[in-house]
Design a protein around this ligand. Structure first.
Ligand code: CIR
Length: 253
């Protein structure tokens, strides 16, 4: 179960955020509205939400998930693979310190963005991507080991982050997209395959028994509901334009 979440209000500079989506520029005011809707959804799931102020120097700073890994036993500050995002890390420290007495760090040459990390009980799957490298993953696995947690690396090819293509919904249920449908690492899970035209919904989020699903993906929504989960749909169009999924907008712990 999660009790808390940390989010950061989008900044106006988000229009200059990193993206390969080719879906046009986000509308800032609409993004703020959608962000508020996201916070409300977290609160409806019983989370206490810490809302950090916008950071104009970092266009992608609302995607707080990437800069820290918050586990039940420890907090690890990452070192993003995207150079323009590295400065975001120092700005999350104070908020994380409110909840964790001791912070661990990933250091160069290691890079990690926590969108590449998927927690399944005490195990952490770490996608090796353009943003997270093997040195970073090795450092992370070492740190996790010190807290009796485990980690393993997942090879991937085309996805931005591991959780762009796979989400764990608890109860052995895994949403998968594209290269993750048949990935041997996940053979032991019951996979729910998300079709290409709804691929964005492969990044849905389990919070205390409820699944947050991006709005506008009816088949994915139905498949998740058929598993027996209550769902909350959240409008995400403006964040999708920046390659940001539902999980990216919060740290949940
Ligand atoms: C980036 O490219 O870094 C941002 N525009 C999107 C980050 C998405 N984060 C995530 O998937 N965890």
């Amino acid at each position: 179960m999660f009790s808390n979440a940390i989010v950061r209000t989008p900044c106006k500079a988000m229009l200059a955020g990193l993206t390969e989506a080719d879906m046009g520029l986000p509308d800032y005011d609409l993004a703020c509205e959608q962000h508020q809707e996201y916070i409300t959804a977290l609160q409806e799931c019983g989370l206490q939400v810490t809302v950090l102020p916008p950071l104009e120097s970092y266009p992608d700073s609302c995607f707080v998930e990437d800069v820290a890994l918050l586990t039940p036993k420890c907090a690890i500050l990452t070192h993003p693979g995207a150079p323009s995002r590295r400065g975001e890390v120092q700005h999350i420290v104070k908020a994380v310190e409110q909840f964790y007495p001791n912070l661990e760090h990933i250091n160069l040459p290691g890079t990690v963005e926590a969108g590449d990390i998927m927690m399944v009980k005490n195990h952490f799957y770490i996608g090796i991507s353009a943003r997270t490298n093997t040195q970073g993953a090795e450092q992370l696995i070492d740190i996790l080991g010190q807290y009796n947690l485990t980690g393993s690396m997942v090879e991937m090819s085309a996805l931005l982050h591991l959780k762009t293509g796979v989400s764990y919904l608890e109860n052995n249920h895994l949403l998968t997209f594209d290269e993750m449908h048949n990935h041997p690492t996940f053979n032991q899970f019951k996979r729910i395959e998300i079709a290409k035209d709804e691929s964005y919904a492969a990044n849905s989020v389990w919070i205390n028994g409820t699944i947050l699903v991006p709005k506008g993906f009816p088949n994915a929504l139905k498949a998740i509901q058929q598993l027996g989960y209550p769902t909350i749909e959240v409008s995400m169009s403006e964040f999708q334009k920046l390659d940001g999924g539902l999980s990216c907008l919060s740290l949940r712990f």
